[in-house]
Design a protein around this ligand. Structure first.
Ligand code: 13P
Ligand code: SF4
Length: 302
């Protein structure tokens, strides 16, 4: 099928099956263009819970689809390619976290939403990149377990004054954005501001002007006085930034910052998922209940 026909069929099936398409800000352009809603992890979780639909085609990575299922257990959640997983989320298992809790008895656990349902079920409160500092700051404890992102933990610790026992996980895409890339781009575009995602390395963050989640980047771009912005995160975000701010220039800090798991989703797979109503993401009910408690606690605190 040609691209136009695929899009037509996707729209027809969406109507017929009361389905909506949610897409993360890092998704390929063709997916962002057909999505009903594009956003960051937090915004997509909210949409999944609130949107009126029988089926959600989740265009993102597995932990995001799982979070959608946890928050909307009555909806059918489809992930067009089950291999689209987040390597950082897979750096810690439920067993790992149980072991870590044993090493720090009595300590509260904050888990980045980039974790499996099994890890969330062992967690007191979740956070996203948009609210991590707020969530950690709102806890009365001075020392907290934080998983799985060591870079986000470092950033949150500096901004909350809390001591965090961090798991040694990281996002391979953000980890590869090095100070030399920022310095090179600053030299090339001396008038530009530099924005970075908090998953970036601790030696990169001091070199940038603003530290923002992907959703915050989208919201702040139209308000910013800067005409040129260097963006240190996955390059998929540039599509929306450029489309919604045609008067501004956006440059990737590193052109090769591409999350290949995010890019596993394409129009053909979305069409097949809608047609066959699979692959479906299922979360065992008991696990989902425990994981939901940690997500709801985030919503209460942030
Ligand atoms: P956001 O919550 O900022 O969209 O980040 C999700 C993610 O996977 C970043 O790599
Ligand atoms: Fe995971 Fe990094 Fe890809 Fe985000 S960009 S989904 S954190 S691997």
């Amino acid at each position: 099928m040609r691209k136009n026909e695929l899009i037509k069929e996707i729209n027809r099936l969406k109507k017929e099956k009361r389905a909506v398409i949610l897409a993360h800000n890092y998704q390929p352009e063709e997916i962002q263009e057909i999505a009903d809603f594009v956003g960051d992890s937090l915004e997509l979780s909210r949409q999944a819970a609130e949107v009126e639909a029988d089926i959600i085609v989740f265009c993102g990575v597995h932990f995001m689809a799982e979070t959608a299922k946890i928050l909307a257990p009555q909806k059918k959640i489809l992930l067009p390619d089950l291999r689209a997983r987040c390597p950082m989320a897979d750096m810690i298992t439920g067993d790992d976290l149980r072991w870590m809790k044993g090493q720090h008895p009595g300590k509260k656990v904050v888990a980045y939403v980039n974790t499996t349902a099994e890890v969330k079920a062992e967690t007191d409160v979740c956070c996203t990149s948009a609210n991590a500092v707020k969530v950690v700051s709102s806890l009365p404890e001075a020392e907290i377990i934080f998983v799985p992102d060591r870079n986000l933990a470092d950033y949150v610790s500096r901004n909350s004054g809390k001591k965090l026992q961090a798991w040694d996980g990281y996002c391979p895409i953000h980890e590869e954005i090095k100070p030399k890339h920022i310095e090179r781009m600053k030299k090339k575009h001396p008038g530009a501001e530099v924005w970075a995602h908090p998953e970036c390395r601790p030696d990169v963050l001091p070199l940038v002007d603003r530290i923002l989640s992907t959703g915050q980047m989208i919201k702040e771009a139209p308000k910013s006085g800067a005409g040129e912005i260097i963006v240190a995160t996955e390059v998929g975000i540039l599509h929306r930034l450029r489309k919604e701010n045609p008067d501004k220039k956006f440059y990737p800090a590193r052109e090769k910052a591409i999350c290949k798991n995010m890019k596993r989703i394409n129009l053909k797979k979305v069409y097949r998922a809608l047609l066959l109503e699979r692959p479906e993401v299922i979360v065992e009910a008991g696990l989902a209940d425990r994981a939901r408690e940690a997500i709801n606690q985030m919503v209460r605190l942030a």
